[in-house]
Design a protein around this ligand. Structure first.
Ligand code: N01
Length: 553
């Protein structure tokens, strides 16, 4: 493990050694900046290191869920499957770390518990849990949008005498559930992936469902030589489209205009037969693209209902028991307003004799007892193990927990108590020289995150190079700029159906978290254009200062 002198001063201190932190380090180093990465875990990989539950794979195609900044890297790494499994993504990140010799500037086991801006020194000091501190001119938060698990309350775990796990905090050694009675709480993306795998092992699996998922077949497959030849020939064009969000990765990278361009502007303009054929085409292709099968699915409830009807028919076709099928149908929110889940054998799992769906909408959870779970009706489910697939304090969770203090002691958690505000999702006023990667109101989860990360890193790096050339040391955003951006982001959300669901997108899943859309819904292309325009206009909305005076605004 890297040991560093605490007295050392860096141009940039980066928090987190996942996809964002690794590329940020590589980019800054290449530009001649000194940088260090502080990572909480005992190895690199971020979200893909800590999440290692059985069945975990990405819902973005492997060839796109990878960096595009180096063509040789792009060509030499061969993905084995369409949707990459967690171990392969982690292998890839380790390969990147080795290939670009990144480890020498990464300090592991260094969870950051505080970060403070010093106006006089124009620097950030970051304190790690092990008592060490690190100083740098710029601080880059590469802390991930899904890195803080939403842990079950003591009420849910306290009395339970069996073993329990959270999907986002899985043990390194494989857990053997053979012959055990297992309960899974939650039915989001993590649960949809882990349930079929647990069903293969457990003597009996109880799925405790509060809100049914909207799950679409992944149609995963192994990538063969033909696919690789196609990729080698086309990767530049595909990457470029992906950068602008034309392909967001949730569909088939090779898809043609039959999929991309809807034949009519509204699902309601198509005949039932035409709609069914189109939804079936997406269903067979696999991936989440079906939710944008017509442009109005996410803005018009009636149009959205047509997709919900299609999904319900599919569940009826797959799940043998009509009562179970009915309980599995996503209701109470428009489809796509909660993250669609990609499934491999999820609905089929409920046809197994050893799997029982417990519908908490009908019979809510009452308490966790020593030997299992009791519901309000008095039903008792005896369990040897519990798996919580209860999600994350998404997007802002890691940032507000870190005790970040900006100018005049302003605390980030206090500033965002009513909801996060950030200009372009990159910076927030009163926190000079602090950048966020995949920050709130950036497009993050509505894009292929790797494209977003590359956009942020490149854009921030350009800004730092400009500052170096202009001999400026401090950059910050104005309150006006961040308020205008937040207003614009909120106006766009108001035109969609997203507010109609209780989702982690809106912060609903964490008690006390303000209800606010955490992600920019305007799309990657308009976000990228806006960032480019801001830079071209001399970094409009940003204020720079040199060692002594404000020089530009
Ligand atoms: O978390 P979630 P996740 N009692 O928040 C339930 C990404 N991801 O880890 O909806 C009972 O979606 C909760 O119920 P409800 C992806 O972006 C990607 O599954 O609040 N139930 C819900 O069912 C995804 O969206 C991949 O009523 C409780 C579930 O737990 C994001 O991560 C794989 C409860 C939480 O679902 C988060 O997914 C995995 C309680 N007290 C994750 N508390 C891929 O790339 C919570 N729930 C494919």
């Amino acid at each position: 493990m890297l040991e560093r002198e605490e007295s050392e001063f860096y141009d940039a201190v980066i928090v987190g050694a996942g996809h964002s932190g690794l590329y940020m380090l590589h980019k800054l180093r290449g530009l001649g900046f000194s940088a260090i990465v502080l990572e909480a875990e005992d190895d690199i990989g971020g979200t893909w290191y800590r999440n290692r539950y059985p069945g975990l794979r990405c819902d973005v195609e492997s060839v796109l869920y990878s960096y595009s900044f180096d063509e040789d890297l792009d060509q030499e790494w061969e993905w084995s499957e369409r949707f990459p499994a967690q171990p392969e993504i982690l292998d890839y990140l380790n390969h990147v770390a080795d290939r670009f010799d990144l480890r020498r500037d990464i300090v592991l086991n260094s969870e950051i518990t505080g970060a403070t801006w010093d106006d006089d020194a124009r620097a950030w000091t970051l304190r790690a849990v092990n008592g060490k501190s690190y100083r740098g001119r710029f601080c880059l938060m590469a802390t991930g949008i899904l890195s803080v698990p939403s842990m079950p309350s003591d009420e849910l775990t306290g009395a339970f005498e069996g073993e329990w796990y959270h999907t986002a905090n899985w043990p390194k050694d494989p857990v053997d559930f053979t012959g055990k009675r297992v309960g899974v709480i939650g039915t989001g993306s993590s649960a949809v992936q882990v349930i079929p795998r647990l069903a293969e092992q457990a003597s009996h699996l109880y799925v405790f469902q509060r809100t049914p998922a909207f799950a679409i077949p992944a149609n995963n497959y192994r990538l063969d030589d033909d696919y690789r030849a196609w990729w080698r020939e086309n990767f530049r064009g595909v990457r470029e489209k992906n950068r602008w969000g034309t392909i967001v990765g949730f569909g088939d990278t090779r898809m043609d205009d039959r999929y991309r361009v809807a034949p009519v502007p509204s699902a309601l303009d198509a005949t039932p037969e035409e709609r069914r054929a189109r939804y079936q085409m997406f269903w067979d292709m696999g991936g989440g693209q079906i939710t944008i099968g017509y442009p109005d699915l996410i803005v018009n409830e009636d149009a959205n209902r047509t997709l919900a009807d299609f999904t319900e028919q599919k569940i009826d076709e797959i799940v043998s028991d009509p009562e179970t099928a009915d309980a599995l149908k996503p209701r109470g929110f428009p489809v796509g307003t909660k993250r669609p889940c990609l499934e491999i054998g999820y609905y089929e799992a409920f046809n197994r004799d050893n799997v029982t769906l417990v519908d908490l909408r009908r019979d809510p959870l009452a308490r966790t007892a020593e030997h299992g779970i009791e519901t309000r009706s008095g039903a008792c489910y005896a369990l040897d193990a519990l798996v919580f697939a209860t999600g994350y304090d998404a997007v802002t969770g890691a940032l507000v927990r870190m005790n970040i203090q900006g100018r005049r002691g302003t605390e980030l958690a206090a500033k965002w108590a009513a909801g996060p505000v950030a200009y372009l999702g990159l910076m927030t006023a009163d926190f000079p020289n602090l950048f966020m990667l995949l920050g709130p109101t950036s497009p993050s989860a509505f894009t292929n995150c790797i494209s977003s990360i590359e956009q942020h890193v490149d854009w921030i790096a350009d800004l730092l190079v400009t500052m170096r050339g202009d001999k400026q040391e401090v950059v910050e955003v104005t309150s006006d700029a961040e308020e205008a951006w937040s207003r614009h982001a909120a106006e766009l959300v108001g035109q969609t159906l997203f507010p109609k669901a209780n989702s982690w997108y809106m912060g609903d899943n964490i008690p006390g978290k303000p209800r606010r859309m955490l992600i920019y819904v305007g799309g990657m292309a308009s976000y990228r254009e806006k960032c480019n325009a801001v830079a071209a206009a001399g970094y409009e909305g940003f204020v720079f200062s040199g060692p002594t005076a404000v020089v530009s605004s």
